[in-house]
Design a binder for this molecule. Structure first.
Ligand code: ZN
Ligand code: ZN
Length: 287
């Protein structure tokens, strides 16, 4: 499986090929693909931040069950963050009634650095954005989508810098060891088939039990199940306790060309199947 810059280059190549061939995707997928391009193209401009903790300090926190990256530890370039926020407005605000007003107010938010800082902090800390959105007459979902898109490349850069300091054996928890968010994708590694979770927010990867719900934590065998597609490449893990689901890719069944950030977007049919069967994307229901 390609990783890091090689993977990013392969994704951009794939996106360019699709664009040249005139490939058309349904609106929501197209939007996600454009956000992915924005995210990848921002990465070289952010670089790799110097870790704020040494390996021992990271291990000490993990042993206490504490996550290692607080909002104030993030090294954020606010002018680039503002630029990314504005770029994401152009992608996520589609031509619907009220879109002009929403765009205008989101751009005002982008220009108001103290407010943007507050919104970014709230988003990162899991504080609902709804009251700030209401106060500024902005649709909450749009505000959250732009904040998430603008912060994502910074969070991924921190995750890349810190991930090698995380001793995987010290952390088998549901939340991301870095940012405390939940996973929205998993993969089974090629060698032993161990299950790794991928953070929905910072893209950190961490090892997790095969038989445990990554959302409510139940280990009851009778509550946990998965179904696979005909090639066995994709798995949909479901939980009867919390009715959450997570998509997974079995790398033992995949070639080297699997690009997980693209898979996350293109496997929408699995999301549809899961929702039709009464399950919810687990990362959206846990804090
Ligand atoms: Zn994370
Ligand atoms: Zn569960």
């Amino acid at each position: 499986m390609l990783k890091g810059r090689d993977r990013d280059r392969a994704i951009i190549q794939r996106l360019d090929d699709w664009e040249k061939s005139g490939a058309r995707f349904p609106g929501p997928i197209d939007q996600q693909l454009r956000l992915l391009r924005l995210y990848i193209e921002a990465q070289p401009r952010i670089g790799t931040p110097k870790p704020h903790l040494a390996r021992d300090a990271v291990s000490a926190l993990l042993m206490q069950g504490k996550t290692i990256l607080a909002f104030d530890d993030l090294k954020l370039d606010w002018s680039l963050l503002e630029e990314l926020f504005r770029a994401s407005i152009r992608i996520v605000v589609v031509e619907l009634p009220g879109s002009h007003e929403n765009s205008q107010r989101l751009n005002q938010l982008a220009a108001n650095t103290p407010l943007l800082r507050q919104v970014a902090r709230d988003y990162y800390n899991g504080t609902p954005l709804s009251s700030t959105a209401t106060e500024h007459c902005i649709d909450t979902t749009l505000m959250e989508a732009c904040t998430s898109a603008a912060l994502a490349p910074f969070l991924a850069a921190h995750s890349e810098a810190l991930s090698e300091l995380v001793a995987q054996e010290l952390w088998r928890r549901k939340a991301c060891p870095l940012c405390a968010s939940a996973a929205d994708l998993a993969f089974l590694e090629k060698e032993q088939g161990a299950r790794w979770l991928i953070c929905s927010r910072c893209s950190m990867e961490w090892l997790f039990q095969r038989i445990q719900c990554p959302y409510c934590g139940t280990q009851k065998h009778e509550s946990l199940a998965y179904r696979t597609n005909s090639q066995g490449l994709y798995r949909l893990y479901t939980c009867e306790e919390c009715h959450g689901y997570i998509k997974a890719i079995d790398l033992r069944k995949a070639g080297t060309e699997v690009l997980l950030p693209l898979e996350r977007i293109l496997t929408v049919d699995m999301d549809r199947q899961a929702k039709e069967a009464g399950y919810r994307p687990g990362h959206k229901t846990v804090s």
